[in-house]
Design a protein around this ligand. Structure first.
Ligand SMILES: [Zn+2]
Length: 397
């Protein structure tokens, strides 16, 4: 048994504690949260700083880890995607080594579960032996071509079958983005998931995405032309991109919208009115800065009481796979988001989004959430804590 305490404990599911001790069994399961005074000080590990649950990274592309530093920053999304496509031919060994290093980086940084987009099987080995739990999103896209949907679906059956074959890991099939998935393919994905699990989709990451759906104009027209893919059969819906997703995704699944850089209060409200099993909003602040140099307006999400989660995206579009680095960036650019709210985004909301909240996401008796220690915070207590340049995270368990 371990007994751990620090100056402050943030259970997340309840108010911050002082002078409390967390009791854990050999498997890291919390067996008690008790007053420190009830325990012999010699039996308690005491830390300076703030104890929080393990982090949840709700959006990653582990299989793109070998492209770290290879794609330019600030290009905007469409040239970025075009560059990524060019770099897919890399020796298998290099890919596997990069995946393992990225998985280790996340573990060391206090991440206990990851929602990971997979187009291939490259990450399956790593996920089998990792100390992190993975919810794999097997991602499909057919460039809006209705008659490619069936082949796309069949081509991904082996990837679907080969992912998440270890206890504790899970999977679902997911659409890539509104601008890349036909109605037929949405229907195929819905049928495979059967209204179960969590489904993620890249959403409103760049202005041309809305332009395509509102008026069939903007950068995606040239993007498709450059790949010689016809958009003749595509008709503008006259509504923002997210409405196309809402019209064709299954509202019975828990839904995780990713990026949401351009999402408006009306978009957020439309999704909340639509979802029947929880709507979550993953933000990947550093990737947004890397690719488009713009961030979502988090005030819209706070105003709507939206459940925001944190993602790192991939090493192709980020310098680290670190939840703390994401929180540092949000704190730097939109410092009005309260410290306790950021912690909830990084832990419990993410666990709920991936449906791992029976075990992870908060410090509660019966859970095995992992424990992280934050040090070097700015401020001197829960009333004014914030994440600054000196803040570090250390995994305690
Ligand atoms: Zn992504």
């Amino acid at each position: 048994m371990r007994k751990i305490t620090a100056d402050h404990i943030y259970p997340i599911s309840s108010a911050p504690l002082e002078n409390a001790v967390i009791l854990l069994d050999d498997k890291g399961r919390i067996t008690g949260i008790e007053p420190l005074a009830d325990h012999n000080p010699g039996t308690v590990e005491k830390h300076q700083g703030v104890i929080i649950p393990g982090f949840i990274n709700t959006h990653c592309h582990l299989e793109l880890s070998h492209m770290k530093g290879k794609v330019d920053t600030g290009t905007q999304l469409i040239p970025f995607i075009t560059n990524v496509v060019k770099f897919r031919d890399v020796p298998e060994e290099e890919i596997q080594e990069a995946i393992r290093r990225a998985d280790e980086e996340m573990y060391e940084g206090g991440i206990v579960a990851v929602g990971d987009i997979s187009n291939k099987l490259d990450t399956a080995d790593c996920k089998r032996s990792s100390q992190i739990r993975y919810y794999t999103f097997i991602e499909l896209f057919d460039f809006l071509q209705e008659d490619w949907a069936e082949k796309t679906y069949l081509d991904h059956q082996a990837v679907y079958a080969g992912q998440a074959d270890r206890e504790g890991n899970r999977k679902s099939a997911v659409p890539h983005a509104p601008y890349s998935v036909s109605r037929n393919l949405f229907a195929r994905i819905n049928a495979l998931n059967g209204g179960q699990g969590t489904v993620s989709i890249h959403n409103q990451e760049t202005p041309p995405e809305n332009e395509l759906f509102l008026s069939k104009t903007g950068g995606f027209i040239d993007f498709y032309r450059s790949f010689d893919i016809s958009l003749d059969a595509f008709e503008a819906t006259g509504q923002p991109a997210i409405n196309y997703a809402l019209a064709h995704m299954d509202p019975a699944c828990r839904t995780l919208f990713v990026h949401n850089t351009m999402s408006t209060p009306a978009d957020i409200a439309a999704a909340h009115a639509w979802g029947r099993n929880g709507v979550y909003w993953a933000t990947c602040a550093n990737a947004n800065l890397y690719i488009e140099n713009r961030l979502p307006n988090y005030q819209h999400f706070l105003d709507a009481d939206a459940k925001v989660t944190i993602g790192t995206d991939s090493l192709t579009s980020n310098w680290h796979l670190s939840i703390l680095e994401e929180l540092r960036t949000i704190s730097r650019y939109q410092s009005y988001v309260p410290f306790a709210t950021l912690l909830q985004w990084a832990t419990l909301n993410g666990a709920e989004a991936l449906q791992y909240d029976d075990e992870l996401g908060s410090i509660e008796i019966g859970k095995t959430p992992g424990l992280n220690l934050l040090t070097g915070l700015e401020g001197d207590g829960p009333d004014n804590f914030s994440i600054g340049n000196e803040t570090t995270v250390k995994r305690l368990i």
